[in-house]
Ligand binder design. Sequence first.
Ligand code: TRP
Length: 256
Amino acid sequence: MLNRAILNTFQNLVVNLHIIFKAWYIFSQRDLKMILDAVEAKKKFYLYTGRGPSSETMHLGHLIPFIFTKYMQDAFDVPLVIQLTDDEKFYWKNLKLEEANRLAYENTKDIIACGFDVNKTFIFSDLDFAGSCKEFHKNVLKIRKSVTFNQVRSIFGFTDSDPIGKISFPAVQAAPSFSNSFPQIFGERHDVPCLIPCAIDQDPYFRMTRDVAPRLGYLKPALLHSTFFPALQGAKTKMSSSDPNSSIFLTDTRLR
Ligand code: TRP
């Protein structure tokens, strides 16, 4: 849990506690202490977050982890990697691969608008980068070798009739948690600690990642979980692209 004690340690390291923290939108963590210890020891960590590009434009709910990640990048001056999982949406949705890839580029415009540090931010699509970077791919293979079907079935609820693309996808979402997946940023270093701000529904991917990390000789990534943003229908509901009336989209016109 994210308790007062750890928030106080956090607060001592940053200038201002972000409203997202104050409002408890970030409500839980895993291993945040490891990151705070690294900061106190003047060591660097990096941030990793992502987006599954399944709609043309993003809504305010999607933006929460990104706004928060931008605040973290400003506060700690660290590298950030952002994964656009066009492969995931190709497997899960009725989308052509080219269309999922196009949506990744459309969504990237919304993401860039959050104002990340251009010199310290790497935004990539799985189709364009994950398949062509050897070091990234090596980690995907190592993860695939270390996780059994039994494990992913119990974590994600896969069934015998699911395509093998879905079954092997979690390894692709796990790989950016290890710094040597990005040789252009970290060289051969595999020990740069990773902090992942994400919505709570992504936790299963990273429970799996944290489980395999020690077996591969890697650090477990730390996590900060955000809760869902309420829909226009009220506090107990969740903003969702599938119900346009629930959401404020980034492309909606401004009310005057
Ligand atoms: N699977 C996520 C989604 O559908 C996208 C994603 C990939 C992600 N890597 C991530 C989200 C890391 C948060 C953190 O939106």
